[in-house]
Design a protein around this ligand. Structure first.
Ligand code: NAD
Ligand code: MG
Length: 381
């Protein structure tokens, strides 16, 4: 393949799977970035020989520079280093696999530099959807979804006439605590919350799956990607994670995309679109699975889901606040400073107490509301 990609967050769950796909199809890697984990980043750099690597942490970057001193690979550090990787000259597509709102600025800089985006970093669209979509249009670049649900919807939409979409049906595994009620969740541990039934992912998104904040973020992500309002996006619990999402068209025909739960399928499609290449993933064996089950989501127990809908309906900076509150709360929970149910309470409190009806705002406004929200929560707990 002639594609040249920069992989932001290359040491994470999506990042390493992206490199699996790149390895398989001979995709050239032009830049790699990570937050710390420099041992793995060094290995990746030696294998893929990118033009540059960047590490957020300055100390780790200095160590990596020494480790790679026998190579021609340039080593950059800090946020600026990550932005260098996002805008590297020879790259045509940036795979954004950074976790959290830290991915927003790199996405925007990459778009401004004329790069196509393969987006796993859903927080980019949740916090900054309006300005990201505006830039995508003005620069005439492509945005390919990597998130499995959004990739599924994108795949289902191929060949559908414009304006034929009636609604989106986002499927959700239900996470680690499906079927539980609030009283059952009062004292659950970090370890229990990190046990996802079907997917192996980074810690933040695994907690987001357990609270169902992940599905709330995905509703907002879908609204930007496919231009749908909140009432046109349904959520359906589907424990087996075989149907990755569905669309319903005007004539009530429903189209679904199925496959084994392996992120290399949506990652690869984002990089090979519209072509289909060989994949080493398992084939789906429906006879073996034998039964697919579906349930309505429990929005009383999993309050993150309805609060994200509210944030989406309010629009403006409300989704930015919901996302920032969640990132701060998940970090506190992972450090055992708050309980599991506090995560949803913190997100709800942040959205319900926010009062700002600006519809016209800048990147600086987004970043400052994000920061203020986090600071307020960290000071309280
Ligand atoms: P992860 O924690 O496994 O990896 C995150 C990567 O980003 C790492 O390389 C880390 O070093 C880097 N990073 C972390 N903080 C950073 C910062 N502040 N600045 C720059 N780099 C930073 O996360 P993941 O599970 O791979 O998820 C990445 C993104 O993809 C998230 O937005 C997640 O919601 C989304 N996503 C993940 C999956 C999955 O299966 N893991 C599925 C769908 C969507
Ligand atoms: Mg998803």
């Amino acid at each position: 393949m002639t594609k040249k990609i920069s992989v932001l967050g290359s040491t994470g769950s999506i990042g390493t799977q992206t490199l699996d796909v790149a390895r398989m199809h001979g995709i050239k890697v032009t830049a790699l970035t990570a937050n710390h984990n420099i041992k793995l980043l060094e290995q990746q750099a030696r294998e893929f020989n990118p033009k540059m690597v960047a590490v957020l942490d300055l100390g780790f970057a200095a160590q990596l520079k020494i480790a790679l001193s026998d190579t021609d690979i340039e080593v950059y550090c800090g946020e600026e280093g990550i932005l260098n990787a996002a805008t590297e000259d020879s790259c045509d597509t940036v795979v954004n696999a950074i976790v959290g709102v830290a991915g927003l600025l790199p996405t925007l800089c990459a778009i401004k530099a004329g790069k196509n985006i393969a987006l796993a970093n859903k927080e980019t669209l949740v916090a900054g959807g309006s300005i990201v979509m505006k830039e995508i249009k003005s620069k005439n670049v492509k945005l390919y979804p990597v998130d499995s649900e959004h990739s599924a919807i994108f795949q289902c939409l191929q060949g559908c006439p414009e304006n034929s979409l009636k609604k989106i049906i986002l499927t959700a595994s239900g996470g680690a605590f499906f079927g539980k009620k609030r009283k059952d969740l009062e004292n659950v541990s970090v370890k229990q919350a990190l046990k996802h039934p079907n997917w192996s992912m980074g810690k933040k998104i695994t907690i987001d799956s357990a609270t169902m904040m992940n599905k709330g973020l995905e509703i907002i992500e879908a609204s930007w990607l496919f231009g749908c309002s909140d009432e046109k996006i349904d959520v359906l619990i589907h424990r087996e994670s075989v149907i990755h999402s569905m669309i319903q068209l005007k004539d009530n025909a429903v189209i679904a995309q199925l496959g084994v739960p392996d992120m290399r399928i949506p990652i690869q499609y984002a990089l090979t679109y519209p072509e289909r290449f060989f994949s080493p993933t398992f084939e789906l064996n429906l006879a073996e699975i034998s039964k697919l089950t579906f349930y309505e989501p429990d929005i009383e127990t999993f309050a993150c889901l309805p609060i994200c809908r509210k944030a989406l309906r309010n629009g403006g900076l409300y989704p930015t606040v919901a996302n920032a509150a969640n990132e701060a709360a998940v970090e506190l929970f992972l450090h055992e400073r708050i309980k599991f149910l506090d995560i949803a309470d913190i997100v709800c409190e942040a959205v319900n107490s926010f009062s700002d009806d600006r519809k016209d705002f800048s990147l600086e406004d987004i970043l400052s509301v994000d920061k203020e929200t986090r600071i307020r929560i960290r000071e309280k707990y």
